[in-house]
Design a protein around this ligand. Structure first.
Ligand SMILES: Nc1ncnc2c1ncn2[C@@H]1O[C@H](COS(=O)(=O)NC(=O)[C@@H](N)CO)[C@@H](O)[C@H]1O
Length: 424
């Protein structure tokens, strides 16, 4: 959410953001409702002033004047009451529209329609040359007996997954390594639930708009979050922190649930796009200082890159264009990791800076050095998400005999083993 004062004073800037982000919002309607609400409030205040002045006359009035004054007081009260519903309706309509106003993209963000126009910033790591025909992750899992797609589909339907044997240990090792690595980089570990209240999706910015991505539970207020960003972003909702408490930096592990509505037909095979997965999420709250927040953007980006380097995975960093960054973002980079079977980089991480856009939605403020209440800035990035990361991990580290070489960094989490699986 943006500051209404900023919107009133910079309608052109906001309209440009609406346009380049492809947001469906008529700012003129918002500004009209805002003006009408201001006028309504002024009328109510004028009536209240008149009513108070009138009430002060009653004790001084003569017996002849008194009934008229009392009646006038009643009429004024009635008129004020009559304006209440209109006032309420305007306040609700304005709030609903304010929630849809996108954040202003950083000047460095390229204007573009969708992810096909994202700009590659750099590539890291060596794309493997195989001396044998490499298998894709589904075949690798199959050959090692590490999956059972048919049976799990009977139990859970499409976009489900089940891992068996050492693939389970590998998934857990990757998550534990990521948590250890991020703790080592100064992030505080959290383990959160995915069951959250609907308003936490408004706080993160997933609602309004992303309702169809979220699983709801029959008869329950609670819903299933698609990322720990949702609960963590609302942990301090409504609180007033002190500036010494910031920055707060977390590595939050949780299950994540997504309906993937609208992704029909995409990535239907294997582990890339499933309904339930696990993620270690990096989440940071900083003071309202863009330079400091952008420094943190670099920190959480480098954390994710460091993890990929430790996993010995080739990747590239892309900058998302305005049409692919979502309403709340000021700046967004994706990290895409090389998937040999697809001969292309696939998104495994998404790094975002949102200014105070989320904090205004959750009421997250802090008292700055001068005692002034200021909204915090927030950022998030993927640490590691499984099973998606297992796709590049298995495929890049496969050996001619179908076994998987374990990257050095993971060996301590796998009892020192250097290879997983048996020659097949
Ligand atoms: N349906 C899915 N199945 C498997 N992994 C997924 C799925 N959706 C997202 N992910 C993983 O989760 C990562 C982050 O998802 S994201 O929507 O891009 N971004 C966020 O959720 C942010 N909170 C940063 O993590 C993705 O890069 C991907 O690695």
């Amino acid at each position: 959410m943006l500051d209404l004062k900023f919107i009133r004073e910079n309608p052109g800037t906001v309209k440009h953001a609406i346009e380049v982000k492809g947001v469906n919002l008529d700012l003129d309607e918002l500004l009209r409702i805002d003006r009408e609400l201001v006028e309504l409030k002024q009328r109510v205040e004028a009536l209240q002033t008149e009513r108070n002045a009138n009430a002060r006359q009653v004790p001084k009035a003569t017996p002849e004047e008194r009934p008229g004054l009392i009646q006038k007081g009643k009429d004024l009260a009635e008129e004020i009451k009559g304006l209440e519903p209109q006032l309420r309706a305007h306040e609700d309509a304005l709030r609903q529209l304010l929630l849809r106003v996108p954040n202003i993209p950083h000047p460095s963000v390229p204007v573009g329609q969708d992810d096909s126009e994202n700009v590659e910033l750099r590539r890291e790591g060596q794309i493997p040359e195989f001396s044998f025909p490499p298998l894709d992750h589904v075949e690798l899992l199959e050959r090692q007996g590490w999956a059972d797609p048919e049976r799990v589909a009977r139990v859970s339907g499409s976009r489900s997954y089940l891992l068996k044997g050492d693939a389970v240990l590998l998934e857990m090792a990757v998550l534990m390594f990521a948590m250890d690595f991020l703790r080592g980089r100064g992030l505080t570990p959290l383990s959160t639930t995915a069951l959250v209240r609907p308003e936490t999706f408004v706080g993160s910015g997933h609602f309004p708009g992303g309702e169809d991505q979220v699983y709801k539970i029959e008869g329950e207020e609670l819903m299933l979050a698609g990322t720990a960003e949702v609960p963590v972003n609302s942990l301090y909702a409504g609180e007033q922190l002190s500036y010494e408490q910031l920055p707060l930096a977390y590595a939050a592990i949780s299950a994540a649930f997504r309906s993937e509505a609208g992704s029909a037909g995409r990535d239907v095979r294997g582990l890339i796009r499933v309904h339930e997965f696990r993620k270690v999420e990096q989440y940071v709250m900083t003071r309202a200082d863009e330079a400091e927040a952008l420094r943190w953007f670099g920190v959480i980006l480098e954390n994710a890159e460091g993890l990929l380097r430790e996993l010995e995975l080739p990747y590239r960093v892309v900058q998302n264009v305005t049409g692919d960054m979502g309403a709340g973002k000021v700046l967004m980079y994706d990290i895409e990791t090389w998937v040999p079977s697809e001969h292309k980089y696939r998104e495994t991480h998404s790094c975002s800076y949102l200014g105070d856009w989320q904090a205004r939605r959750t009421g997250l403020r802090y008292r700055d050095e001068h005692g002034k209440l200021v909204y915090a800035h927030t950022l998030n990035n993927t640490g590691i998400a499984t099973p998606r990361i297992l796709v590049p991990l298995l495929e890049n580290h496969q050996q001619a005999d179908g076994t998987i070489r374990v990257p050095e960094a993971l060996r301590p989490y796998l009892g020192g083993r250097e290879v997983l699986g048996v020659p097949v």
